[in-house]
Design a protein around this ligand. Structure first.
Ligand SMILES: *Cc1c(COP(=O)(O)O)cnc(C)c1O
Length: 308
């Protein structure tokens, strides 16, 4: 069967690289058919579960995971139910319904939607988690295979962290390509800094609430595996402000004519501002994780509010 996800371009960005002989490479996950990297891991997980007899998928997500599960289910001919919290935008609900999934609106938060979805699981249905499943990580790892196959050798990878599924997938991809020595900068926004909180406490703790606008990074607690991977010597972490993430999105939209969520702007921000840990790097590869939850008007409105 043909892959459900796309092999995405890897662009050498003239706009971002500045004038120091640095190459900035963009792994364009924003160009997945559903607009985010999530389709890689989710399609891999769903195909695997289908082979094991799953006849339905259910997922709690008001965002890119929900859209990816819906798109995958449609492609596999398997019915999908997505439980979204009341806070979910009409834009996201429309995107999920366009993929022919059944949408249930329930609860004030992701947590409440998640609990509802778990309660709804029927015998032939599989619950698809948005970040904490080894099958997801195995699927996400394919983006590193594509970089290796393109014969691009990064000396730094920059990515954003929500629940840490992307981080786990990239680490798995690096390992299976004998690239475990390549350093990774894991970026969160302030107010969604669950990884930083756990690392600072040297304990797999969560944060009490999400206050960042980067809602796709809004996992109160990262996956245990992500907490473990982040403690490896090659991984460092960093927090940017919402304001920096939004500014990076707007600059990126000018540079590459593409709108991404602040969740993705978080990874772009340290590259745009020249974060110290990127000094002396020659081939910086940014995972442009994408996201379809936010339009340019919203980015501009946030930017205006921050700069008042
Ligand atoms: C889900 C998501 C993230 C965070 O991924 P995790 O695997 O939860 O760390 C970042 N950006 C976008 C656009 C996402 O959809």
């Amino acid at each position: 069967m043909k892959n459900i996800y796309a092999n995405t371009p890897i662009l050498n960005s003239t706009a971002i690289q500045g004038d120091h002989g640095v190459s900035v490479w963009l792994k364009m996950e924003a160009q997945q058919p559903t607009g985010s990297f999530k389709l890689r891991g989710i399609s891999h997980a769903c195909i695997t579960y289908q082979k094991k007899g799953a006849q339905g998928f259910i997922c709690a997500s008001g965002g890119n995971a929900g859209i990816a599960v819906a798109y995958t289910g449609k492609n596999l001919g398997i019915p999908v139910t997505i439980v979204v919290p009341e806070t979910t935008s009409q834009r996201a609900i429309d995107a999920i319904q366009k993929e022919e999934a059944h949408v249930i609106i329930h609860g004030k938060s992701y947590q409440e939607a998640h609990t509802e979805a778990i309660g709804l699981i029927s015998k032939e249905q599989i619950y698809i988690h948005s970040f904490d499943d080894p099958l997801l990580w195995e699927g996400h790892a394919s983006m590193i295979d594509e970089i290796k196959a393109a014969e691009i050798i990064p000396d730094q990878i920059v990515l954003s962290v929500g629940g840490g599924g992307l981080l786990c997938g990239v680490m798995e991809g690096l390992a299976r390509n004998q690239w475990s020595h390549i350093p990774v900068l894991a970026v969160e926004t302030h107010g969604a800094h669950s990884l930083a909180h756990a690392l600072n406490n040297q304990n797999h703790l969560g944060i009490d609430k999400i206050s960042s606008i980067a809602t796709s990074l809004g996992a109160k607690k990262v996956a245990r595996k992500a907490f473990e991977e982040a403690q490896k010597k090659t991984v460092s972490n960093h927090i940017v402000s919402d304001r920096e993430a939004v500014a990076a999105c707007l600059q990126f939209s000018k540079d590459h004519q593409l709108v991404v969520e602040p969740a993705c702007g978080a990874a772009l921000a340290p590259v745009y501002v020249g974060h110290p840990s990127l000094k002396d790097k020659k081939n910086i590869l940014v995972i442009v994780c994408g996201g379809v939850g936010v339009g340019i008007e919203q980015l501009e409105a946030w930017n205006k509010a921050y700069n008042q």
